[in-house]
Design a protein around this ligand. Structure first.
Ligand SMILES: Nc1ncnc2c1ncn2[C@@H]1O[C@H](COP(=O)(O)OP(=O)(O)OP(=O)(O)O)[C@@H](O)[C@H]1O
Length: 250
């Protein structure tokens, strides 16, 4: 059996008396796109916080590529190839769109660091030009090429969300978590986002309230309600599940 890109095993999180997650388990095979849906307060963001390392679960484990990362800090998970976007966009407002994307690539390291910058080693210059090419490629893919020199703070929320997505994908993550990626996007931007996400080929887990987008974009859905998994399966099955209809889809 191949190793799952992501395994969530019996994860529980309690906030005082509130059980935000209760023994949540699922495995996402490599290369698949999975969606997490459920009503407000179901535990979706808490689940993302646990997977990305921002919150330690009260019980259970998280494995990425077969490796137990439950005790690994968020920054090391990110360096290991796990990238995430947030419900409230997180971009550098005072940097241009291109510099936002380039900054996300600096994580990759290499090329000799500061000393190499100071003496402009050829290896550093080559690395720099590869980074710029890669950033340009992703800006084009995200429909941001014409905005490359705009400051991120000057953009409307939909475009800021695309900048955040560009930052998340530029270093070719092995696991991408998207938290409400269509929020604030217009219909054209949502369609573009769907194309980008479907074309990535990487493992994606996304939380989303736009049910049409989720159904079109995901191979498989996990439905949470009050911190528990109440259903899981392909979108075509989940959408007809009477329990899901009662709890969420209506
Ligand atoms: N830091 C916290 N302290 C106390 N309770 C919290 C905290 N964070 C979340 N909760 C509670 O945990 C539960 C799950 O919240 P969570 O934000 O994960 O849900 P969600 O499915 O992401 O909701 P939404 O769709 O509104 O974003 C809710 O009852 C929420 O009030």
């Amino acid at each position: 059996m191949s190793t799952a890109a992501l395994a969530v095993e019996g994860v529980s999180v309690a906030f005082g008396g509130v059980k935000a997650l209760s023994e949540v388990s699922f495995e996402v095979p490599a290369g698949q796109r999975w969606g997490v849906i459920g009503p407000n307060g179901a535990g979706k963001t808490t689940l993302f916080d646990v997977i990305s390392g921002l919150r330690r679960p009260t019980a259970g484990r998280v494995l990425v590529g077969g490796r137990d990362v439950t005790g690994v800090p968020a920054v090391r998970r990110a360096r290991g190839g796990l990238r995430r976007t947030f419900q409230r966009t997180q971009v550098f407002g005072r940097l241009t769109v291109r510099d936002n994307v380039l900054a996300a690539l600096e994580w990759e390291g290499g090329g000799g660091g500061l000393p190499a910058d100071l003496v402009a080693w050829p290896s550093r210059r080559r690395l720099e030009s590869r980074r710029r090419e890669r950033a340009e490629e992703v800006l084009t893919r995200c429909g941001l090429a014409d905005l490359r020199d705009s400051y991120a703070a000057s953009l409307p929320v939909g475009q800021r969300r695309l900048v955040e997505l560009a930052r998340a994908i530029v270093a070719s993550p092995s696991l991408l978590l998207l938290d409400e990626p269509t929020s604030g996007l217009d219909a054209d931007q949502t369609a573009r986002l769907g194309e980008i996400v479907r074309g990535l080929g990487t493992t994606v887990l996304l939380v989303e309230h736009d049910v049409g987008f989720v159904m079109d974009t995901c191979d498989h859905l996990v439905v949470l309600d009050l911190g528990k998994v109440i259903a899981a399966g392909p979108p075509s099955v989940v959408r007809h599940d009477p329990v899901v209809r009662a709890a969420y889809l209506g």
